[in-house]
Write a protein that binds this ligand. Structure first.
Ligand code: ATP
Ligand code: MG
Length: 432
C-alpha cells in the first residue's frame, strides 16, 4: 500500500508542477486517517480532463463526461477527476448535469458524508471544510449540508449511510437519521443494481448485523422489497423480540437487534457466506434467496454458489435423525459439489454461528471427514465411462446413461460399491 500512495503522490506532484491543484479525496483519505487500507485511491484536480490527458497521454478516458480519466503510474491505477459540482437531481437518482468548479471545497461539498468529504494534498495537509476529522474522532456519520436535501437529491445515500455506519461501527448523527427517515420513500427511484452494490459492500465489511438492524430500523426492507424475503423478515422480528426489542432512540435503535442478528453472521467470512447465513437465518427457501439475488443483479456465478450452499445445508438436515446425516451429506455433495462442501465448512467455522443454527460441532468435523474420504464425487471419477456402459449394455447411448452413472456414483460414494469397472458393470446389470 505504501508503494501505491507514493505513486499517487507522484501524480499529485506532476499536476502541481503544471500549475494545477490536486488532492487525494474521499474514501482513501478517510481510511488513511482511520489507519485502514483504502480500497482505491481517488484523486481530484483543478485540471480539466484534457490537461490531465496532455500530462498522461496514455491515461484512459474512463468517464470523460464526468471529468474522470484513469491514470496509470508504477503499475497502479488512479481515477483522476476534475473538481466538479452536480446539479439538477430532478429524478432523485442522478444529477441532470455536472459542471467543473475551481475550488476543491466546492467539489467536497457535493459529497455525501463529512468523513467522505476530505481532501489531502501531496504535502499531507488535509482540507476538511465540514468537520470530517472531528466526526471521525467522535465516530459519527453526518451528512454534508442539510440531510433531507442531500438524501432527496440521491436516495442511494440512505443505503450508503447504513453501510458506512455499519462498516465503522459509527453512530448516525440524529438529524442525519431524521433525513434518512424523511426521504426513504425516494429509494424507490434508485436502480436496484446500485442498491445491490451497496448492500453487497455492506455485507462484505464491518458489522453486517448492525447494517441489517439499521435497515430494519428504517423499515427499508418492507417498504422497498429489499431482498429480505417475508419469512426472513418474520424471523428477524422474532430474533428482535427474543433480544428484548429495539429501543427507540434513532442511533441506538439497533443495539439489541444487532446483537441477536450478529450471532447468525460469520464474522470473518466472505460476503457470499454472510449472504447465505442471512438467508438461512430468515429460513428463506433457496428459490426465494435466488429470486432476491437476481433482483439485486448479482452475477449468476454468485447466485449459484450461494444457492448451492443453501441447498446442501437443507439437504443435510432434511431428516432430523442423525443416522441419516452421512447419507444426506454425501448425496448433497454429489449434487452441489465439493466447493459447496468447503463453503459449508467455512460458514460453520465459528462455534457461535454453529450454535445459532444448531449445527453440532461433531457433525461439522464428521462431514469434513466424509468429504475427504469420498472415493468419487463426479461421474467422471468412476472407473467406467458412459460409452463403455452403453457398449456393455448393447444399447444406444442416451439420457439413460447419465441416470445410470449417477446411480452408480451414489453407491460408490456411499461406500456400497467398489469403484472398479467390473463391480460397476455388475451393479448396473443387477439394478437394471
Ligand atoms: P469504499 O471504500 O467502500 O469504496 P468510498 O468512500 O470510496 O468507500 P465510493 O462509492 O467508492 O465510496 O465513492 C467515492 C467517494 O465519492 C465517496 O467517498 C464520496 O465522497 C463520493 N460519493 C460516492 N457516492 C456518492 C453519492 N451517492 N453521493 C455523494 N457522494 C458520493
Ligand atoms: Mg471507493
Amino acid at each position: 500500500a505504501g508503494a501505491q500512495w507514493e505513486a499517487g503522490v507522484e501524480v499529485l506532484q506532476a499536476l502541481n508542477r503544471s500549475g494545477c491543484e490536486a488532492y487525494f479525496v474521499g474514501g482513501c483519505v478517510r481510511d488513511a486517517l482511520l489507519g485502514i487500507e483504502a480500497s482505491d485511491i481517488d484523486i481530484a484536480t483543478s485540471a480539466d480532463p484534457e490537461e490531465v490527458l496532455r500530462l498522461y497521454p496514455d491515461a484512459l478516458p474512463t468517464g470523460l463526461k464526468h471529468g474522470t480519466v484513469t491514470v496509470r503510474r508504477s503499475g497502479f491505477f488512479f481515477e483522476v477527476t476534475t473538481f466538479r459540482q452536480e446539479a439538477g437531481y430532478s429524478d432523485g437518482r442522478r444529477p441532470d448535469d455536472v459542471f467543473f468548479v475551481r475550488d476543491v471545497r466546492e467539489d467536497l461539498a457535493r459529497r455525501d458524508f463529512t468523513i467522505n468529504a476530505m481532501a489531502a494534498g501531496a504535502d499531507g495537509a488535509i482540507v476538511d471544510p465540514f468537520g470530517g476529522m472531528d466526526d471521525l474522532r467522535a465516530r459519527t456519520l453526518r451528512a454534508v449540508g442539510e440531510p433531507a436535501r442531500r438524501f432527496g437529491e440521491d436516495a442511494l445515500r440512505i443505503v450508503r449511510c447504513v453501510r458506512f455506519a455499519a462498516r465503522y461501527g459509527f453512530a448516525v448523527d440524529a438529524p442525519t437519521w431524521a433525513g434518512v427517515l424523511a426521504c426513504r420513500d425516494k429509494l424507490r427511484l434508485v436502480a436496484m443494481e446500485r442498491i445491490g452494490a451497496e448492500l453487497d459492500k455492506m455485507m462484505a465489511a464491518g458489522d453486517p448485523g448492525r447494517a441489517v438492524a439499521l435497515l430494519l430500523a428504517a423499515s427499508l426492507p418492507e417498504r422497498f422489497k429489499l431482498p429480505l424475503p417475508e419469512p426472513w423478515l418474520a424471523r428477524l422480528r422474532q430474533i428482535e423480540g427474543a433480544a428484548g426489542g429495539a429501543d427507540e432512540a434513532p442511533i441506538g435503535m439497533s443495539a439489541t437487534l444487532r446483537k441477536g442478528l450478529s450471532r447468525y453472521l460469520p464474522e470473518h467470512a466472505e460476503a457470499d457466506l454472510r449472504w447465505a447465513a442471512l438467508f438461512l437465518a430468515g429460513t428463506a427457501a433457496p428459490e426465494e434467496a435466488e429470486e432476491a439475488m437476481k433482483r439485486l443483479h448479482f452475477a449468476g456465478k454468485r447466485i449459484r454458489r450461494i444457492g448451492d450452499l443453501l441447498r446442501l445445508h437443507l439437504s443435510l438436515f432434511k431428516d432430523s435423525d442423525p443416522e441419516a446425516w452421512r447419507r444426506n451429506w454425501t448425496i448433497g455433495v454429489l449434487d452441489r459439489g465439493t466447493a459447496a462442501a468447503a463453503d459449508w465448512q467455512a460458514l460453520f467455522d465459528s462455534p457461535g454461528v454453529r450454535a445459532a443454527f444448531g449445527v453440532p460441532g461433531e457433525l461439522r468435523a464428521a462431514a469434513a471427514g466424509w468429504t475427504a474420504a469420498l472415493p468419487a464425487v463426479r461421474v467422471a471419477d468412476l472407473a467406467l465411462r458412459g460409452d463403455e456402459l452403453a457398449e456393455a449394455a448393447g444399447s444406444p447411448p442416451g439420457p439413460w446413461i447419465a441416470i445410470a452413472l449417477r446411480g452408480l456414483l451414489e453407491q460408490v460414494a456411499l461406500g456400497e460399491l467398489n469403484n472398479d469397472a467390473n463391480s460397476l458393470r455388475t451393479a448396473f446389470f443387477a439394478g437394471a
